[in-house]
Design a protein around this ligand. Structure first.
Ligand code: URP
Ligand code: ZN
Ligand code: ZN
Ligand code: ZN
Length: 488
């Protein structure tokens, strides 16, 4: 039966070590990891000799079934997750967007959309405006709904963007709840100026998207958010780090001991902006995302930062629209829905770009695609590890086989793929999610309703010692100066 599984003879990889061992699974949970496990004939056996057995990927950054820029992303919680599973990702964390500013209404809406899930998922929550209810609602999200991270947008002026005053309020609220503040770091006011300038110059095509929001605006907003997080003394997570400018701000802060996490996404690691100059609008528009995919060179620098640990984990920002949706911006790049695919391609592209090329080890691969995400969002070792007691979310990767990417065979609903035509070494041959074999021999066997909501508790390891640091700071302050009123 499928509830008892043995993975035999593979190299089992965790973030800190690898060993040849068998993995025995019962009812969705890993029961034991050791060499030569003997089982009865009621157990399904998968031979993994010569292959890597690793924790399933966890994608920290996705947007399934999100209403955005006048339309809705085309992958929902079923199609997006099916795509993910076929590429070795077994959990994702999606961003709940509040409904008319209400967090609880947003949560209920997303809980409903996610009912058709075929893999485990968690939620971050976006904070898009501030009113008298927000702080109380954040508290409910953290204490009752299993959300431990909130995203603040410093871009998308006129819709999602918030100002520094609200960012500070948000960071303070996060700190008091033991929740992690996340930022989309681009200077939205300057972006709006840049966009206006492009339109005035007659640049209305997708290349105007890149030209209007250069790396310096990402560097500025990243540095600002980092400094404000330092002022509040709370950890900060920078989503979709796309440029050297932003990466260097994060690196500098980390070297100074600040708790800043930087998340590059696959598009920023492997692509460059050349596609945005394609004369075919459909091709150019598929690459439009924010912050933009940068010039050649930024990608290599981000890869290097990931390999030395200056950046910590890889997401995708999977946010897909089909060509007709992208065509909303045929006359004006500002109206092209922002977003690219990646949930299905991440595990393969990171393997090929980072491991196959010799930049990182196989244990590091597990760290940046799975374990670090589980640690940050406080669900380790239930997720992100192959240990007795962990959830049986596992992939078998054959380093000698190869993958090939094309919109014709991918599982996402979108009709284009920003990685069209790419091939590389290393293929996810088997995906096991919740103890069930869902992907094997090129066949996907998924059922809506089998994915579970994973609650993420507050106070992750990033908060260890924060109270002490506050006390040190307060005790270092001098007493108020006694001043005497001038005689009148
Ligand atoms: O272009 C992007 N990144 N679309 C998704 C929304 C966001 O900012 O993450
Ligand atoms: Zn964003
Ligand atoms: Zn995003
Ligand atoms: Zn298929």
């Amino acid at each position: 039966s499928s509830s008892k599984l043995l993975i035999k003879g593979g190299t089992v990889v965790n973030a800190d070590r690898q060993e040849v061992a068998d993995v025995y699974i019962e009812d969705g949970i890993i029961v034991s990891v050791q060499p030569n496990i003997k089982v009865g004939d009621d157990v399904t056996v998968l031979d993994a000799t010569g292959k890597y057995v690793m924790p399933g990927g966890i994608d920290p950054h996705t947007h399934l079934e999100m209403e955005f820029m006048g339309t809705e992303t085309i992958d929902d919680f079923f199609s997006g997750q099916a795509a993910a599973l076929s590429g070795g990702t077994t959990m994702h964390i999606d961003f709940v967007i509040p409904v008319n500013g209400s967090l609880s209404a947003g949560f209920e809406a997303y809980a409903k959309k996610a009912k058709k899930s075929c893999m485990d998922y968690g939620f971050h929550m976006a904070i898009t405006k501030w009113d008298e209810y927000v702080e109380r609602e954040m508290e409910i999200m953290v204490k009752e709904k299993g959300i431990n991270s909130f995203k603040f947008f410093l871009a998308y002026k006129g819709s999602l963007m918030i100002n520094d005053e609200l960012l500070l309020k948000g960071m303070k609220a996060c700190k008091s709840l033991g929740a992690l503040a996340m930022v989309h770091a681009e200077n939205g006011d300057a972006v709006a100026e840049g966009q206006k300038k492009m339109i005035e110059l007659g640049i209305t095509g997708p290349e105007g998207h890149v030209l209007s929001r250069p790396p310096v605006l990402e560097g500025e907003a990243t540095g600002r958010a980092i400094r404000l997080a330092s002022f509040v003394n709370t950890p900060l997570y920078v989503v979709h780090v796309m440029s050297i400018d932003a990466m260097e701000e994060i690196a500098k802060a980390r070297k100074a001991g600040q708790r800043v996490i930087g998340e590059p996404v696959v598009s920023g690691l492997v692509l460059d902006d050349s596609g945005l100059w394609d004369p075919d609008f459909t091709i150019a528009a598929k690459y439009v995302m924010s912050p933009p995919i940068r010039k050649q060179g930024h990608n290599k620098a981000l890869q290097a930062a990931l390999s030395t640990g200056l950046l910590q984990l890889v997401g995708t920002d999977h946010c897909t629209f089909n060509s007709t949706q992208k065509a909303l911006g045929i006359d004006d790049f500002r109206k092209i829905p922002n977003g690219v695919n990646g949930i299905e391609e991440r595990m393969h592209l990171v393997w090929d770009t980072m491991v196959e090329s010799g930049k990182i080890s196989v244990t590091d691969y597990v760290q940046i695609t799975s374990t670090e995400c589980a640690r940050i969002f406080n669900i380790y070792p239930r997720k992100g590890a192959i240990l007795a007691g962990s959830d049986a979310d596992i992939i078998i990767l054959n380093p000698n086989s190869s993958f090939q990417i094309t919109a014709e065979t991918h599982h996402s609903r979108t009709d284009t793929n920003v990685y069209e035509g790419r091939r590389g070494k290393g293929k996810v041959e088997v995906t096991i999610a919740g103890g069930r074999v869902v992907w094997k021999d090129g066949e996907l066997k998924v059922l809506p309703g089998t994915g579970r909501y994973i609650e993420m508790p507050p106070f992750s390891y990033l908060f260890n010692g924060i109270d002490k640091a506050d006390a040190t700071y307060l005790s270092s302050l001098r007493a108020p100066v006694q001043r005497f009123k001038a005689a009148t």
